[in-house]
Design a protein around this ligand. Sequence first.
Ligand code: FUB
Length: 315
Amino acid sequence: LMVALPSVTLGQSAPSPAPGANPIVRDRFTADPAPLVIGDRLYLYVGHDEAGPGEMFNMRDWRVYSTTDMKTWTDHGAIMHVHDFKWAKKDAWAAQAIAKHGKYWFYAAVEHDDTHPGKAIGVAVSDSPTGPFVDAKGSALITNGMTPKGDHSWEDIDPTVFTDDDGTTWIAWGNRQAYIARLKPNMIEIDGDITEITPPHFEEGPWLHKRGDLYYLTYASLDRSTHENERVSYATAPSIRGPWTYRGELTGSARNSFTIHPGIAQFRSNWYLFLHHAGLRIGDREGALGRRAVTVEYLRYNPDGTMKPVVQTDA
Ligand code: FUB
């Protein structure tokens, strides 16, 4: 006998409406959302998708939007162009900003020039969350060859930065392998070892956050045996140094963008999960792998600290 079960797994909460209309930005294609809360305002750093026919990605600058109510958004424009990193060739890929020492630090993945072929991570700085940001180091913070494994040229992407209660800022990143390292107080140098922390099915897009006593490593996961799109999965730990315990999937498969790229923030009393999909159409331009749209959903926790499943909504 087959019994039709509700699509929501028992013990999990039903999907709840998104906090505002999705996608957040409708007049251009945006990707790789990275929230940063400063006082009563949430800033959202995004990549800017401009892929044309036959192009996988075409990303040249980063933009920032902000909100005070999660419904209406202010467009602060482009905050940095990929060529503002003089050593970068192209590809303004995923980034995250963090506040420290009264400044705003912006960590971003790009394609390095031919002196260090492959993806690399740069760091830029500004006095304002809305920029303009300038290269803080004059060279890459992380380049090919620095990591313990380093088996492919696009490994050093998708930086996430997190300041622990003791004031130490950590950076995690990676593609197929996830790495973590401490940043020096100057924010522009790695301090000590780079450690591999790859959780199950890790693909890319790590995001570090803490709630209560628990540390979370949330990421885009890919089960290579299923040929599905990325999902969001996560692990938790009692300390930023681990050990990390895999907690399973947070979302279903990305609808149509292949990538999904999580970003998490607490704003006022709620927690939010930012993602992207490829469901936006602008004029005759359809959404695609390289024409994405950032979205936001409520993020809720169980009493044991695990996160309730999130369904990506359209509105
Ligand atoms: O946006 C370019 C790349 O696609 C990012 O670095 C990945 O996380 C994926 O979203």
